[in-house]
Design a protein around this ligand. Structure first.
Ligand code: SF4
Length: 325
């Protein structure tokens, strides 16, 4: 598969009254055409800053971005705001956690689609409405002809999320970015939305990035997973290998914090004690050391590099699981 979207040594800092805040500290990763990558981390891990800055959305006097982010070889960090707007929707599209941030509550669903299709694709009004109905059918909405006349507030959370997915794929983007796409939904609807995203990716040949705090969400729907901690990639591997051959104590802790539906006592969910390091502070050693049960003096004084085990499974740990002395 060819590399479609690539981030190389991306660093993002924010200037604050207290000093420089290191949000992303040298991340390198890529997404291949048709692939689904999961980006997983706790709040403050840098996952949202990573994609927002890589996609050219995070900019301004107080933001310093270095490194590179390319889509089909085109550098995104140097795009002007106007170019970013042109890229959005056509090359990259986004599914948000809260559909109401993307939908206008006082306009009918149909008119919002039609306006977007006229603007982005130059379609005639009738053709745009026909395409809207087709898109709503594609995301498995019943009676799309009636739905186009409704307002967002008349739909359930799951239906609104489907409408937003339909809007995101309207211009056939090459990469669909889903940021916590199911956090606001109940468990049954979560599964349906993830299933729908996977089907659409296959049908439309898009690449997809799912950004989430929940490793359980991406388990059955991604090809590869990158685990982020304190602004760095700490483990990255194929989904199968990450689960079957976990190397990072942090990933292990994340896995143990996934709630189990069977509820047996041996499968109790664990909480990761402690908090990530202060992004304003100079931290030496492994960033996870204060929370890691395997930490040694070496961990507290030296910073581990991201290494490849030779099979494309990357990890950042002096004592990968199974090899502690
Ligand atoms: S390097 Fe040390 S502290 Fe860091 S994750 Fe590995 S064992 Fe834990």
């Amino acid at each position: 598969m060819t590399e479609l979207f690539a981030v190389e040594d991306l660093r993002v800092q924010f200037s604050t009254p207290r000093g420089q805040l290191n949000a992303v500290r040298g991340i390198t990763l890529s997404v291949r055409a048709g692939e689904c990558l999961g980006i997983v981390g706790e709040s403050g891990s840098g996952k949202t800053v990573l994609w927002r800055s890589a996609m050219g959305l995070l900019r301004g006097r107080k933001v310093t971005r270095t490194g590179s982010a390319r889509l089909e070889g085109r550098e995104l960090l140097t795009l002007t705001p106007k170019e970013v707007r042109q890229y959005w929707g056509t090359h990259i599209a986004m599914v948000f956690q809260d559909p109401m941030t993307a939908l206008n509550p006082v306009r009918r669903i149909g008119s919002q689609f039609v306006e977007a299709l006229i603007k982005r694709k130059g379609m005639h009004k009738d053709a745009a409405m026909a395409r809207t109905i087709e898109l709503l059918r594609l995301v498995r909405m019943a009676e799309p002809e009636l739905l186009v006349r409704k307002y967002p507030a008349q739909l359930s959370g799951g239906m609104r999320q489907r409408v937003m997915i339909a809007m995101a794929i309207a211009c056939e983007p090459k990469v669909l970015l889903a940021d916590e796409p199911t956090t606001a939904l109940d468990v049954t609807v979560q599964a349906q939305v993830l299933e729908l995203l996977s089907d659409l990716r296959e049908k439309l040949g898009m690449a997809m990035v799912i950004v989430t705090h929940d490793l359980g969400i991406v388990a059955g729907h991604t090809d590869r997973i990158a685990v982020l901690y304190a602004g760095e990639v700490v483990e990255m591997a194929s989904t199968l290998d990450l689960f079957a051959n976990t190397k990072m104590p942090y990933t292990e802790a994340l896995l143990k914090s996934i709630p189990r539906l069977d509820g047996t006592s041996t499968d109790m969910m664990e909480v990761i004690d402690g908090a990530p390091p202060d992004p304003m502070a100079e931290t030496v050693g492994c960033f996870f050391a204060p929370r890691c049960k395997y930490a040694t003096d070496k961990c507290r004084h030296e910073h581990p590099e991201l290494v490849d085990d030779g099979t494309g499974h990357f990890y950042r740990c002096f004592y990968p699981l199974g090899k502690q002395s």
